[in-house]
Every structure is written in C-alpha cells, then in structure tokens.
Design a protein around this ligand. Structure first.
Ligand code: SD4
Length: 335
C-alpha cells in the first residue's frame, strides 16, 4: 500500500495509528504497513516538548537526541538545566519555599519501558530529577519521600546544598508580612518543567521537576512527581505532562487520561482539550483562580497543548526548530 493511501485510510477510519497497527497485525500486509508507520514517525524525529518558556532546557535535550542519545537521557538533562537555573522560581535551586521557608522539591521520570521513579518533598538536593532516575534504576521501588530520599541521594553521591537563594528568601519574607495562603498558579507563579521527548529510535520518555506551589503547607505534594499526574508515558501511544494547580490535575489523573484518549484515537490536541474539560466542566466548578496546562506528544511526533487560561506556553523542538509557542486555552470568553 502506498504511503499516501495508507495515511488516507487512517483518516477515513478515524482510528489511531496504533489501533490500525494492531488491526493490520492480523492481515497479510503487516510487515509493509508497519514499515509505513515507522516512516511517518522517523520524518519528525527527534521531538522535544516542555512546559513554559524553557528554550535552553529543550535545546539541551535536542542536542542529546540529535547525537543519537536516548529520550531518557534527553529529558533528564533538559530538566537539570531548569533545576540549576536560580532565576526560575519554582524548580531546583532558587525555587520558592514552603510557608515555613523550606525549599522542598518533587520530581519524577518515566522511560519507554514503562519504568517510573520519583522523589517527593526533598530538601537540600538540587538535581532531584537525577535522584528520581536513580530510584527508578537502582532500587526496587518507585518513590522515595523526604529524609529517606535525601539520604538515598547522598548515598549516590549527590551533594547537599542550600536551595534558598537570597532572592527566594527575600520573596518569602515579603510574603510572610501578610502570609496569605492562596496557592494560585499564573504567569507570575510557575516554572515547573515537564518534558517529553522522542528519540531517533522512536522511543518516548518524560520527566517533571518542581518546587511545587510557592508557600505551600509543609508536606504538601502536587501532581508533578505522581505517575499519571505530572507525566505519563506509554511508548506504544505517546506521552503527556501537566503544570499548574496539581490538586486539579491529580483529581482527574490528567496525564494518564490524555494518553488513554490518544490510545482511543484522539489527537494530542484533542486529548489535552478533553482533559482540561474534565476539570472545568464539573458542575459549579470555579476555575477563575487557578491554572492548569497540558502538553502531549503521540508516537508519530504530533504534539498538542491546552490550558484553562491564557498565559500558558511551551517550548517545542521539531524538525530542527526550537520555538516557544503560546498554548490555546479554554477561558476565552471570560478572560
Ligand atoms: C504543583 N503542578 O506542585 C505543580 C506546580 C506547577 O508551575 O506546575 N507550577 O502542583
């Protein structure tokens, strides 16, 4: 079957590629059609997509992929760029602290085999995304929390350091004057990085790292380090990642939902829009004061993004270009 005809067949049936792929496994043209699938994918590889305006992180990941590196290495190294960036207010060093003045970090990583590792509420360690990878690769567990995670990191050679910078300390001291507990995420208060990548072999991995909500309650954990919340990867289908008010992402298991919607044949864009709909369309839901944004990529390298409010953007590396793109959003009439 010719490539164009094959693509036409997909759009006429309205089925996702993977569904079609499994259907054709039973028919005579299996080998030929599988070749068509990898041809479609290869033309756009590698792909990197990450939440917010994160060009350096995405470039770092893209450089690794262009040299033939794995998607897993790319997302880890990309996220480390933001963790080391002291200006970013919500990731790694310089991240805004909890309401007691402690910077506590959450991170998770997921590879193409469906393996997952995470750390929650970690103090004094900057590159928690790499600690999450060590949890995934060097322990029989998937999550380590608090002091245990910190001890594990130190045992693996990570150095303890003070994550509160002069700027983040000053911001916290100013916040303390009123101590208003309003966990709102908007353009002023974000920077969690969620990153998804497809490498040259077509494998997908994802990573997410954050200091969570600014001035959160001590012990509060959001969606970022939770599988199906901050990220979800299924190498057969695609991946998704979230940013914004983690409580809302968790209540709808947003990233998992998006991947499952793509499995049912939705495009990444459609899947992100439906997932935002699950949050905002609850009867009586008041969403004026919080933001959630999603990004997604499917196995073919198509991407999507959608948020509740206007101020969400993402960086996309595709076909040699790394661009910051404003996401489409739900709240157009009310903004
Ligand atoms: C959280 N989702 O802890 C994170 C925060 C975030 O940009 O995304 N900030 O709920």
């Amino acid at each position: 079957m010719k490539r164009r005809k094959f693509i036409r067949k997909l759009s006429v049936t309205g089925l996702g590629l993977v569904t079609v792929s499994s259907t054709v496994l039973a028919c005579k043209e299996t080998v030929k059609e599988e070749k068509e699938i990898s041809f479609i994918s290869k033309s756009v590889r590698p792909v990197v997509i990450a939440t917010w305006n994160t060009p350096l992180a995405v470039e770092t990941a893209a450089v690794i992929l262009k040299k033939g590196g794995s998607a897993l290495d790319a997302v880890e190294q990309g996220c480390r760029v933001e963790e080391a960036n002291e200006k970013g207010k919500s990731v790694g060093k310089g991240g805004l602290p909890d309401r007691d003045g402690n910077v506590t970090l959450d991170a998770c990583i997921m590879d193409e085999k469906g393996n997952y590792g995470a750390v929650l509420g970690v103090k004094n360690i900057k590159h928690v995304i790499s600690v999450a990878r060590k949890v995934m690769e060097d322990t029989p567990h998937v999550m380590l929390v608090g002091e245990g995670a910190e001890q594990f990191a130190v045992s693996k050679g990570f150095e303890r350091e003070d994550l509160l910078t002069d700027a983040s300390k000053k911001a916290w001291e100013q916040w303390k004057v009123k101590s208003e507990y309003k966990p709102i995420i908007n353009i002023e208060n974000h920077d969690t990085i969620g990153m998804l990548a497809i490498d040259k072999s077509g494998n997908i991995s994802g990573a997410c790292t954050t200091s969570g909500l600014a001035y959160k309650m001590a012990g509060r954990v959001g969606d970022s380090p939770i599988i199906g919340g901050g990220i979800f990867i299924d190498n057969e289908i695609g991946g998704a990642s979230a940013t914004g008010l983690g409580e809302e992402v968790l209540k709808t298991v947003g990233s998992f939902l998006i991947v499952e919607l793509m499995r049912q044949g939705k495009s990444p864009q459609e899947a992100c829009e439906i997932a935002i709909g699950r949050i905002v369309n609850k009867p009586g839901k008041e969403f004026k004061n919080f933001q959630v944004g999603y990004i997604a990529v499917n196995k073919q390298g198509e991407t999507g993004a959608y948020s509740i409010h206007e101020w969400f953007s993402y960086n996309l590396y595709k076909e040699g270009n790394n661009k910051n793109i404003k996401s489409d959003y739900f709240n157009k009439v009310r903004s």
